[in-house]
Design a protein around this ligand. Sequence first.
Ligand SMILES: [Zn+2]
Length: 439
Amino acid sequence: MHYDLIIRGGTCVFPWGETKADLGVKDGRIANLDVTTQDSAIQEINARGLHVLPGMIDSHVHLRDPGNAAIESIATGTRAAALGGITMVFDMPNTSPSITSAQTIADKRRTVAENALIDMGLYVGATRANTPELAQLEQEEGICAIKVFAGSSTGDLMIEDDEGIEAVLRSGHRRVAFHSEDEYRLQARKPLFETGMPHVNHMIWRDEECAFLGTRRITALARKTGRPVHILHTSTAEELDWLAAHRSHVSVEVLVNHLTQVGPECYETLGAYAVMNPPIRDQRHYDACWAAIRDGRVDVVSSDHAPHPREAKEKPWPLCPAGLTGVQTILPVMLDHVNAGRLSLTRLVDLMAAGPARIYGLQTKGRLAVGFDADLTLVDLRMQREIRNDWIASPVGWTPFDGKGVTGWPVGTIVRGTVVMRDDEIVSGPIGRLARFAP
Ligand SMILES: [Zn+2]
C-alpha cells in the first residue's frame, strides 16, 4: 500500500490502551493502525521514543477576532495552539461584534477558512434577542455549542435570570455551555472592595458561593427542561461534589490553571497575571479539582485562553481585565502533571480528546481509529524545557507560566494528515477548517 503519511515506531494511545503501532494516513484519515515495512508513503515520520496521541483539543479559547485581532487573531491564536501541540480549538463568541447571528457566524466562517492553521469549532452566544433563533443557530456548520454567560466577564453577552436561561434551554436540543458564576452575588459583593486593593481580593470577591450558586441554579434548570448543559471552568469543591449527583444532565470542565496554580500565593507572585474568572482559589479547591480528575467527575480540561495586552493588565485591580493566555501552554503543563504522577497519559487523552468529542458531538475526532481524522499530537514525554514569554506566539507576548520548567513537550501537530508543527516550527499554511458536529 502507498499512503500519504506513515508514522512509524511511536507509542500510540488508543482508547483500548497504549501500544507501539505504525499508522498509515490517506486522504486526511487514519487508514491503517498496522502498516508493514513494505508499505510506503509520500512522507514518513520516525516517532521512535515519542508518544502519538489523538489530536489534542482545547475546547475553550477566546481569540479576539473579529474586533481585536491585534490582541489575538484566528491566525495568531491557531499558530500559538499548533506550537503547543493543539490540533483544534473551540472559540468563544464574546468578540466584537459578538457571534450571535447567522450573519456573524458566516463572517467568522470566512475568517477561519482564510486564516486558521488548525481546525476549529465556534460557539454561538445566547442573548435575550436571539433566544428564539438559537435552535436554528446551533445547527449552523461548525457550531460546537451555544454559550451562555450567566455571570459577567469580558464582553456584553449576558443572561443572568432564571427565566432568560430557561428560555435558552427550551430553544434547541444540543448541549449548552455555561459561564455559571451568579451575577447577583457578584454585583452585591462589589461595593465591599475598592480600586487599587491587592489582586488577592479577586478570589475573595468572586468567592466559592458565587460559583456554587450559579451552578446550582443552572443544574436545576437543566433538570427542569431536560436539556444537557456543560458547566465551564468548574473551580470549587462545592460544585464538584454537587455535580457528582447530576451527571445525567451536566458535564464538567476544569481549567488547567485551577489544576496548577494556588491562591493566595499566585496573586502575590503574579499580580494581575493571575486574575481570571472564575478566580484561581486556595489549596482546598485545588485538591478538590485533582480529586475530581482522578475519580472521573471531570469530562474536559481546557485553557480558557483569554489574552489581554500588558497595558490593560497593569491597571489596578479590579480595572485590570480578567483572563490569561493558555492555549500554547496547556499541553506542556498537563504533560508535566503526567510526569509528576498526578494523572495518566490515558486520562489526559480522555480529558483533551475523547472528552471534548463526546461532550460536543464531534463526528470523526478524539480517538486514534481507522476512518477517523488523522489529527495527531506527537509528544516527547522526557523532554525538559522551560516555558518562557519569548516562546509565546500570541501578540500579547506573556504567559502566567513564564519561567516554569516542565518535563514533557509537544514535538508535532498533525491536522487531517498535514504536518502543521514539527519541533517548534510551523511548517504548513492555514489548512484549518470548521469541524463537523452531530446535529
Ligand atoms: Zn472563557
